[in-house]
Design a protein around this ligand. Sequence first.
Ligand SMILES: Cc1cc2nc3c(=O)[nH]c(=O)nc-3n(C[C@H](O)[C@H](O)[C@H](O)COP(=O)(O)OP(=O)(O)OC[C@H]3O[C@@H](n4cnc5c(N)ncnc54)[C@H](O)[C@@H]3O)c2cc1C
Length: 536
Amino acid sequence: MAHTNSNNSGQHTVVIGAGTAGSIVAGRLAAAGHTVTLLEAGGQDTNPAITELPRLGELWHSAEDWDYFTVPQEHASGRVIHWPRGRVLGGSHALNASIWVRGNPLDYDDWAAAGCDGWSWSDVGPVFEALENYDGAASPDNLNPRGKDGPIPVVGNYKRSPIFESIIAAAEAVGVEFNPDYNGDQQDGVSYEQLTIRNGKRCTTYTSYVKPLVEAGKITVRTGAIVEKLLIGGGAVVGVELHAGNNQEVEGVESEDPAARETGSGDVIRADQVILCAGALDSPKILMRSGIGPADHLREVGIEPIVDLPGVGENLHDHLLLPVIAEATSRAVDHQVDEQSISQTHLFWRSGPEQDRPDTQPIHFCVPMYDDTMTGPANAFTLHSGLVRPYSRGTIRLTGPSSADPAEYDPQIFADPRDRESLRASFRQAREMVRSAPLAEDWGAREVYPESDLATEEEENAYMDRAVTTYHHQVGTCRMGTDPMAVVDPATLKVHGVEGLRVVDASIMPFVTTGNTNAPSAMIGEKGARMLLGEE
Ligand SMILES: Cc1cc2nc3c(=O)[nH]c(=O)nc-3n(C[C@H](O)[C@H](O)[C@H](O)COP(=O)(O)OP(=O)(O)OC[C@H]3O[C@@H](n4cnc5c(N)ncnc54)[C@H](O)[C@@H]3O)c2cc1C
């Protein structure tokens, strides 16, 4: 971890949310001698299913999951989709599949072109490098160097389950080349995933950046601390107010949760500055509950607007997955692979020649990912087709003024028909892989889902509507920019119109990156810390 001497001048910084980005911001400030209080709604990260990666499915609907659900999706047969999000020290990094993907350099050049100076690939590439402790070889051409000395372990060298070798051969059989490092000079191709693990166990940014400081008494961390709202006075943030009363009233908190046991104190915590890192679903809700957001909407739900920022809660978007599940009829699939991940390969692929970068990122699991409506044999595996350049945009809206009022999450899945077509191409490719020799002949692979041939586009559409799900990469709801719909200033991450308040998490992305969003969220955390410490 980089330690920086900077002038602390007795200021108190409150960081809201001990997730991917918040842990980096809080840890970096505290390591530099600042007085920091880190507030986390969830509890301690002691559930063994957090560190043992193959058990990550146990965390869904658990005390560590906010357990959010979308509103019925108009363009996907009215389905309601579960959105797990981390509510625990470590945030969503404690629940995720641990995959480390920087994204495509063009993603960040697009951010810069959209008015976010300082966020182009040439700006953020070195930040990724500083974060990483990568165990693989450097990129052959060294255009995008990999980091070797950073605080985040990025591991490509782990025990493989044999099915993944055959999945790579199946991808090659349908024309996708093997790529040894998708975080290096080229993203396209089929690859082994790089994981944020240390000695085979999950390692979150909380573990790397904050835990050692807690042990050294250099930071205050409060768990079960659900921030109700920010306190604003004279155009500046002056503190935060915690939920008062029974924490079980709060959306998503169940009686057995650690957060529920710590009854909301209603404490007011004074702060000279507040860094909001509650993630793409909660940061906009906290802003809106505090009177910062679209004024008309706030009045509708009984909140007096303080700053009219129409972009808060807009621009919600997500990546999508669609499963192809196959039974292995001639060999046993090793499901637990000791302590290793149940997902070890993915591929980046362009659905058509018009794409300037991959628009699909299928991901593979050595287990059958049956949803609640599906049943089938246990000796099976999943080739999830995946869309990672979505055009559809949705919103997050409140239904009332308090954290007890459930919010409405509406990603507008398939509202833009181009999303369906990219996902269709990825889905057809996954089905072709199941039929290719390395899987069909060597494993006796036979499709379980979809259940039939799907001879027409209508039948394909029906399966897509019935089985499409989230890739867990919601972003964009407090996006950076300088236009009237922007929420934060790209140069400082300060919220437009409020002094002393910044947002530093996945919500600031103007567009989602091409790939999983944990590494980009960590990069945002590190950039935010550098801004606060005067390092850039
Ligand atoms: C199931 C799942 C699998 C995923 N798989 C991957 C993957 O393999 N690779 C990858 O790159 N990405 C993955 N992601 C996405 C990635 O984890 C997120 O993009 C990233 O963690 C977002 O970081 P963040 O800092 O914005 O928010 P988070 O890490 O979600 O942190 C937000 C924190 O704020 C806290 N908080 C929220 N509201 C309040 C409040 N009112 N008061 C106090 N605290 C509050 C939350 O409890 C949480 O700890 C996955 C996500 C999920 C959920």
